[in-house]
Design a protein. Structure first.
Length: 438
């Protein structure tokens, strides 16, 4: 239960001071923040899995991006069921079930590695992401509701900073453990006999067994921690069973435009991160090996972490929409520079995008669920469905990269940042502002 603190109030007719009990949400926020770290860590490991599986199974860019398609499509398929689950059993129980689902997906990496089956790897990623979807549907609005509405963007930005801490550490650890052995060149793979080729794939895939086995155990322990913790129950944001609401999520343009904004943001962020290892390996950029390039991916996600820690106080001082507009403009300029330039200048430009990606998700999310009240759970489900952008846009960019080259295929994220600019300046206004002068 949240620890109360006393705030001086008015004085009664008997001159006895009246106090108002205000909940202190520090402890529950700290506990829930561990979930943000964990799903950030797991999501960024995909950036290491992609080049690893690409080399093992001799995939082109579009085929390698099936990793992100399997992972992020879970948000589309499972967000609405998880939202209904939240409305039925509450936020805390949803978090526990989500963690256990993630553990099942992590443990599936073991047989996938043993059989060197790309299809089984994709299945494991789908189940793992299905559990993460449950966490996001529950945890994002839960953090926004644990405090004053006007500081929701700042609060969610701060917890998302620890999500970025996970995405920063993930590529570094993944690079050391998963990309430990140099893969054979395509020419060497084609010369192997079928039996030798399968043995090679099993040997290379074996590097994922230990990391994901440990991850599975940690997820089970986290489920126990969340399940046994006394987290405050939020009633105001849930509709009661059988209750008929006069309102509808389809009557809130800020939510609908926000869903497209989440689609664009996640698609851009994931597309960039997914291709960084291969991008840094291009002769016109840096000609880095996969293992060396993996270390630089951490700078991209680390920039998002730093930006979120800096953004938390800024979002309390400035209007979230204005900061979102500024970040989208700078991110668009940087992605343009990375397409037009080469060498370390292009490399630095694309890495700095992480810094300006930082506040985008929490800001779009909180602007999207503003003024939803009892529809917050359903609105969260819709916004989390839109994370499917991370499944679709990387595959689209991969298909384009196979035709025009990887460097110039980054115009896809550029289009996304232009839409986010529109949302920041116009699409994010809630109904109370749209109809204020009518």
């Amino acid at each position: 239960m949240a620890t109360p603190e006393l705030i001086p109030g008015s004085v009664s007719s008997e001159s006895a001071p009246i106090v108002v009990v205000a909940p202190n949400y520090t402890r529950p926020l700290t506990i829930v923040t561990t979930l943000f770290f964990m799903w950030g860590f797991l999501t960024s490991l995909n950036d290491i899995l992609i080049p690893h599986l690409k080399s093992i199974f001799d995939l082109n860019y579009a085929q390698a991006m099936l990793v992100q398609l399997a992972f992020f499509s879970a948000y589309f398929f499972f967000s609405v069921p998880w939202a209904k689950f939240v409305n039925s059993v509450g936020y805390q129980s949803t978090m526990v079930i989500g963690l256990l689902t993630m553990a099942v997906g992590a443990f599936l990496f073991l047989p996938a590695a043993s059989t060197a089956s790309y299809a089984l790897f994709l299945t494991a990623l789908l189940i793992l992401a299905g559990g993460i979807t449950g966490l996001q549907v529950a945890a994002n609005p839960y953090v926004g509701l644990l405090g004053k509405p006007e500081t929701a963007s700042s609060r969610l930005d701060l917890t998302q900073a620890f999500n970025s801490l996970g995405t920063t550490i993930g590529p570094k650890i993944g690079g050391l453990l998963i990309l430990s052995a140099a893969p054979l060149a395509v020419e060497q793979l084609t010369q192997l006999a079928p039996q030798a080729l399968n043995a090679y794939r099993v040997q290379q895939a074996d590097t994922v067994r230990l990391p994901y086995a440990v991850i599975g155990v940690v997820l089970v322990l986290l489920a126990v921690l969340i399940g046994t913790s006394k987290l405050p129950e939020i009633h105001t944001a849930r509709s009661r069973p059988g209750e008929k609401l006069k309102d509808s999520i389809w009557q809130h343009p800020n939510l609908l435009f926000g869903a497209i904004g989440i689609f664009a943001y996640v698609g851009a962020e994931v597309s960039i991160g997914s291709f960084l290892v291969n991008y840094f390996g291009l002769p016109q950029i840096a000609s880095l090996s996969a293992k060396t390039a993996a270390g630089y991916v951490s700078f991209y996600w680390g920039g998002a972490m730093i930006g979120r820690f800096l953004g938390a106080p800024l979002l309390q001082r400035f209007r979230p929409g204005h900061l979102l507009a500024l970040c989208s403009i700078v991110a668009g300029a940087l992605i343009t520079a990375s397409m037009l330039l080469g060498g370390h200048t292009a490399m630095s430009a694309i890495l700095f995008i992480g810094l300006f990606n930082s506040i985008m998700f929490p800001t779009i999310f909180t602007l999207g669920v503003a003024e939803l009240g009892p529809l917050t759970g359903n609105g969260s489900g819709l916004l989390n469905m839109a994370i499917v952008g991370g499944a679709i846009l990387p595959v689209l960019q991969g298909a384009i990269a196979d035709r025009i080259g990887l460097q110039h295929a980054f115009f896809i994220p550029l289009i996304c940042y232009l839409y986010i600019l529109f949302y920041a300046l116009s699409g994010s206004r809630p109904n109370s502002e749209r109809f204020a002068h009518i």
